[in-house]
Design a protein around this ligand. Structure first.
Ligand SMILES: [Zn+2]
Length: 265
């Protein structure tokens, strides 16, 4: 799926900075762009979608954004906003073009995911032909009013809140689009240690055989090296990879010898 996450506001229709809704020092544009960035990154990294991000720097005003989506180059777009409201309203709502069933499914899934992640009311999917970014563009489009910049500000004023909102938007889009997340399997390197993942989790205190060699995963899941004792027996797990006597011995591989003492695979 080729999709694009757009940031609302940033540049006014006649040029100049358009902050969108403002609450004290907090501008809708500056919060929405971080949420949009997180959503686009998660769609790419976790769901392997061909996902773009438009208007992070406030380069495109609304007519310029609309002009970018006049053909079928994209399957889907979502423009990210915060709701202005009167200071008392709370919750998330997502707009789609009336009669667009695909748009409605995206809107419903995104509003549900954002509501759950931010623990705010779900005001739901709403059909509307009011927004040009939905009405005048070719791909299936939704406009996400993530939450209200008044009462819900605490939910999205921090980087952590913006990440949570962006991730939820990506998850909602992925559900509607039928995208699968990439569960980790096999060797995964993290902070210079190696782990062996099964069903998305590192296995612990077990032996695993990989490419002909046995490896031991420790109590914290880290691949062990050096001399180790397991169930009263001693083993040598290679400390650094090397080719010796024509045999390539990976790091962590349990070294086994033949009757002459030579290393065998
Ligand atoms: Zn807005």
């Amino acid at each position: 799926m080729k999709c694009c996450i757009l940031v609302g506001h940033g540049k006014g229709s006649s040029g100049g900075y358009d902050p969108g809704a403002v609450n004290g020092q907090y501008h809708e544009f500056r919060i929405a762009r971080e949420i949009a960035k997180a959503a686009a990154e998660r769609l790419r990294s976790v769901y392997h979608a061909d996902s773009g991000l438009l208007n992070y720097d406030g380069t495109y005003n609304l007519p310029e954004r609309i002009a970018r989506f006049q053909d079928h180059a994209f399957d889907f777009l979502a423009e990210i906003h915060l709701n202005a409201g009167d200071g008392t309203a709370s919750g998330t709502e997502v707009y789609y073009f009336p009669g667009d069933n695909a748009g409605q499914a995206y809107a419903r899934n995104v509003s549900g995911a954002v509501s759950a992640a931010l623990e705010i009311p779900n005001r739901g999917a709403k059909g509307s032909d009011y927004f040009g970014i939905i009405r005048e563009t070719v791909p299936t489009a939704v406009l996400v009013e993530t939450c209200f910049i008044g009462k819900d500000l605490d939910k999205v004023k921090t980087a952590a809140g913006q990440l949570a909102a962006g991730n939820a938007i990506a998850d909602g889009i992925a559900v509607a689009a039928g995208l699968q997340s990439s569960a980790r399997e096999g060797w995964v390197q993290a902070s210079s240690a190696w782990y062996w993942y099964e069903d998305g989790e590192p296995v612990k205190d077990v032996w695993r055989k990989s490419d002909g060699w046995w490896y031991r995963l420790g109590p914290d899941g880290k691949m062990l090296t050096g001399l180790v004792e397991v169930d009263g027996k001693g083993y040598y797990l290679n400390q650094s990879r090397a080719t010796v006597g024509g045999v390539y011995v990976p790091q962590g591989a349990c070294v086994v010898t033949d009757g002459s003492g030579a290393i065998v695979k």
